[in-house]
Design a protein around this ligand. Structure first.
Ligand SMILES: C[S@@+](CC[C@H](N)C(=O)[O-])C[C@H]1O[C@@H](n2cnc3c(N)ncnc32)[C@H](O)[C@@H]1O
Length: 926
């Protein structure tokens, strides 16, 4: 069920739904009774599927969910991994017998592009435990941990596909944790990037006469043609952005963990309540510099609202749905879902798309939400439902409902709001309090008759979970009515001129009391507290149960942020009523979000310059942690380095970094802005956003790819900053030849993977084969190891780039151990133990000569540093746990005791890089 926070919502669950990390404890699926009278009665009476399909529908829902996974499409390296599945594991799996029958191998999902998504009928629980699957299971786990595979439920892959994301777009995922769809979205944002940047570099080298015969042989004309089609403005790097958000602090950090595998400099993670997601400021338009500065706000090309929901479509995986399903779950979430969708539509560009999705089958959480949100935004002339019936042609689906009934929390089923009102008048409100008019179909609303363009996917159609998806397009700028007004007829259109005329007509002599300006009411409707009793009750409950403890804090922060955003676009009438200044509406560079999110209470009396923004965290002493009023640790600020900063200059020089590579995107995360341990890199747009919103109160929890990490060195000539493997794909093409080592033979790489510190001094280099001489001469410090493609038997079919460290006596491939193991398995089908002879050598050398002993300890430290990521993850875990402890979230315990979902607790363990457990987290991707 959706993350409703409150007593049980934070980590607990009352259903099997999604939204709060709730998942069933690992229970034997077959042992759980799969019956729930209300669940079955409601959906049968609703006619969710036709009579003839009903049995198939319920039979599928009672069967354990098949296993599914997806290859990372944007990573060149993921494609050979996909090939490996076909060549090595499928033949292996087809020979396995389980329960006396041969196992069905994984099949590519027909409607997913490029055979990147796969499904197998054998449930995950069997693959995990049955010994003959051990090597396949190891493959899945290790490739998942390095980002080549994502374990994701099949139906969860649909919404991102329908978003039609193109590289260069700005995308927002409002409810993103644990991040399976966000991972899909960031892959799309990076689509084609690897090939583009390689082409740009090749062309540059050709222009400089350094490369005459490029592989790929792109002619000038071809380059020009491609340039017109792709995202080439930043030398082929994608200029797009994904902001992935989750209201739950702990889950936002899980999201970071999940997304980090994909190493994107174009990703920002935030931690806000999506119902009042703050407007994100952009840097002031340079054209206006020197003149009047006007605020600009980011609007998005694509937004995903994969909202918290009751999750009753996940009963094939979350067995608790059967036990816990009750109609109140959906009724209580309706209001939050509407608010999230309306806020998404407000932040969308005209012409942009919002995809609304749930894994619930209940029309109250689906069609009713879509209809209400469209209605609040002014109807279908403003927001249209896109007909996706011809998209993903092989995907079997059903149309959305134009008509439905609603089950109240006592299990009575109501055909219409009128029937509810009649019952209320006759017998009182008992059991009807949560119902609202907006949960029912209405022939009066503009969307009537169009809801069949919504998309429903059921379990029996292609052996999956169930999902609801709707694609909305914003036709023109909207002014969403606040909830309080939704029941009222739309006010007559009016303009600021009417207000001005009325003010003039009512000019007073100074002693008269100020009079009310009627025309202003048509622009700004006075807010009342409830727009429908039922909804307000649900809204109140949602407010109480708001996810995590962020809500109150966000509200304050957001109020002021919104205030600031609004201040330039509002006029104040003489009686103190604020009205909208229509002029800026037409002004293209002002991104106006109107009205403010419903919960934001604007304080009109506050002068524009005065804010109550959360004060930045005071400077911390080492190892000190400071907590905000919600007992969450302050996030370290994001500080960009001056391109001429001395550490950066030493980096440019040592690596002979091309001057073309941008130098103003390096960032550190500490209040002083000093490069002390790690230097990150972000895209230009991410930089613009982090800088423009540095003191806005927006809670940015992650941005940037680790590019350089500080390292002890053995000589003053060696750069103290080594290239981190995450950042290497972005940087490698721009590193000068003097720090590049090339490798062609499989056997050479194998030796570097197995032996952690092969010897290079003395005659040691001779044992390193083709790279021996080069590494002997390259000079100490970090280098780029380029693994090149070739045609021979001992050649590679894929190109790879890895960071290498040359120390005084040895070499070290700077990869975490999990990555080494994953590569050994992928490239050599080996589970060989890694060898580390450095300690023995260190002791030998210590016995022989003191002069030498500096080297190996440093090398050992290198390795420890190589695992800095693992350490960082532990730090995240500490933060997360600190937060949990500080906030006193006893709910986790309660959730465990009552046998409901303990997903969050389980997921924390995942952060410990325990491959098997990690797999569990990804499994949560619905
Ligand atoms: C269904 S899950 C999202 C799954 C995710 N899109 C994925 O594909 O992995 C819903 C998420 O919404 C978050 N959430 C709940 N209420 C929210 C709110 N008001 N604003 C933002 N996020 C919220 C929950 O913490 C939960 O992580």
């Amino acid at each position: 069920m959706g993350n409703r926070g409150g007593k049980r919502g934070r980590g607990g669950s009352r259903g099997g739904g999604r939204g709060g990390g709730q998942r069933s404890i690992r229970t034997d699926y077959s042992e759980v009774p799969k019956a729930n009278a209300q669940y079955e009665q409601y959906y049968n009476e609703l006619g969710l599927v036709e009579e003839a399909e009903r049995e198939d529908f319920w039979t599928a829902l009672r069967r354990e969910l098949p296993n599914s996974f997806r290859f990372t499409g944007s990573k060149g390296q993921a494609l050979p991994v996909q090939q490996l599945l076909k060549d090595r594991y499928i033949p292996e799996i087809t020979s396995i017998e389980h329960n006396g029958e041969l196992v069905n191998p994984p099949n590519a999902i027909s409607w997913f592009p490029d055979q990147l998504a796969w499904q197998m009928t054998t449930p995950k629980s069997v693959v995990r435990k049955f010994p003959p699957f051990a090597s396949f299971q190891k493959f899945l786990v290790s490739e998942t941990s390095v980002g080549n595979i994502s374990r994701q439920e099949v139906v969860s892959m649909i919404p991102p596909l329908l978003m039609d994301v193109k590289p260069g777009m700005t995308v927002l995922d409002l409810c993103a944790a644990p991040g399976s769809k966000a991972a899909q979205l960031i892959e799309m944002v990076h689509g084609g990037e690897e090939a583009r940047t390689r082409k740009v570099v090749r062309k540059m080298k050709m222009d400089q006469g350094r490369e005459t015969s490029p592989d790929g042989r792109l002619t000038e004309e071809q380059m020009k043609e491609e340039e017109q089609n792709g995202d080439w403005s930043d030398d082929g790097r994608t200029t797009g952005l994904l902001i992935a958000n989750d209201a739950d602090y702990k889950r936002a950090h899980m999201l970071v963990h999940q997304m980090k595998r994909l190493n994107s400099p174009n990703l920002i993670v935030t931690n806000h309540d999506a119902t009042m997601y703050p407007s994100i400021k952009l840097p002031t338009d340079p054209i206006r510099e020197g003149g009047e500065t006007r605020n600009r706000y980011l609007k998005f090309d694509r937004i995903l609202a994969d909202v918290p929901c009751s999750g009753d479509g996940t009963c094939r995986k979350n067995v608790n749905v059967w036990k816990d399903w009750n109609p109140g779950n959906a009724l209580g979430l309706f209001s939050t879902q509407v608010r999230i969708l309306v806020r998404a539509l407000q932040m969308l560009k005209v012409g942009g798309r919002v995809v609304y999705s749930t894994c619930s089958m209940n029309p109250v959480e689906n069609e009713a939400v879509v209809a209400t949100a469209i209605d609040r935004c002014g109807g279908m002339s403003k927001v249209d439902i896109i007909d996706c019936s011809s998209a993903l042609p092989e995907l079997k689906r059903r149309q959305g409902f134009n008509d439905w009934k609603v089950m109240d929390k006592q299990g009575r089923i109501w055909p219409s709001w009128q029937a509810v009102e009649a019952e209320k008048a006759k017998n009182g409100e008992e059991g009807l309090g949560r119902l609202s008019e907006f949960m029912f179909p209405s022939t009066k609303r503009a969307e009537a008759g169009s809801l069949d363009r919504c998309m429903r996917v059921y379990g029996h159609l292609q052996d999956t979970g169930a999902f609801f998806i709707t694609v909305l397009e914003k036709k023109i700028e909207i002014k969403a009515r606040p909830e309080a007004e939704s029941k009222k007829p739309e006010p007559e259109p009016t303009s600021i001129m009417d207000v001005v005329k009325e003010i003039e007509a009512k000019t007073t002599n100074g002693s008269d009391p100020l009079q009310k300006i009627e025309a202003a009411d048509k622009i700004v409707q006075p807010q009342t507290n409830d727009y429908a009793e039922g909804v307000s009750a649900a809204a109140r409950q949602n407010q109480e149960n708001a996810p995590s403890s962020t809500t109150t804090a966000v509200k304050r922060e957001h109020d002021t942020e919104t205030d600031a955003a609004m201040s330039t676009k509002r006029l104040k009438t003489r009686d103190g009523i604020e009205v909208e200044d229509p002029a800026p509406q037409g002004d293209e560079d002002r991104q106006v979000h109107w009205p403010p999110p419903p919960a934001a209470q604007l304080d009109a009396s506050r002068p524009e310059t005065q804010t109550s923004l959360p004060s930045p965290a005071p400077p911390l002493g080492e190892n000190q942690k400071q907590f905000n009023k919600n007992k969450q640790p302050y996030e370290e600020p994001f500080k960009y380095l001056d391109p001429d900063q001395p550490d950066l200059r030493s980096i440019y020089e040592f690596y002979d970094l091309s001057p073309v590579f941008p130098r103003d995107r390096f960032m550190v995360r500490n209040a002083l802005g000093h490069p002390s341990k790690t230097i990150y890199y972000t895209s230009a747009l991410a930089r613009a956003i982090l800088t423009a919103n540095a003191s806005s109160g927006i809670k940015f929890v992650h941005c940037g790819v680790k590019m350089f990490v500080k390292q002890d060195v053995q000589s003053a000539e060696v750069c103290r900053w080594r290239i981190q493997s995450e950042g290497l794909p972005v940087l490698e093409a721009w590193v000068g030849e003097k720090r590049v080592v090339r490798l062609w033979e499989r056997s050479t790489l194998r030796a570097l993977l197995v032996e952690m510190f092969p010897k290079v001094d003395g005659k040691g280099w001779k044992g390193l084969g083709e790279i021996g001489e080069r590494v002997r001469d390259v000079g100490m410090g970090c280098c780029v190891l380029r693994v090149e493609k070739g045609d021979g038997r001992d050649s590679f079919s894929e190109r790879m780039v890895l960071p290498l460290w040359r120390s005084l006596h040895s070499l070290n491939l700077m990869l975490p151990k999990e990555d080494r193991k994953a590569m050994l398995l992928r490239l050599y089908n080996e589970d060989t133990p890694l060898m580390d002879h450095s300690k023995e050598r260190f002791h030998d050398s210590k016995a022989q000569s003191n002069a030498d002993i500096k080297d190996e300890p440093d090398a050992i430290k290198d390795e420890a540093e190589t695992n800095a990521d693992v350490k960082d993850e532990l730090a995240v875990k500490e933060d997360v746990e600190g937060n949990v402890a500080a906030a006193g979230l006893g709910e986790h315990v309660e959730a465990r005791e009552d046998g409901a979902g303990d997903g969050d607790v389980e997921m924390e363990d995942d952060v410990l890089s325990d491959g098997l457990k990690q797999e569990e987290e990804v499994e949560d991707g619905v």
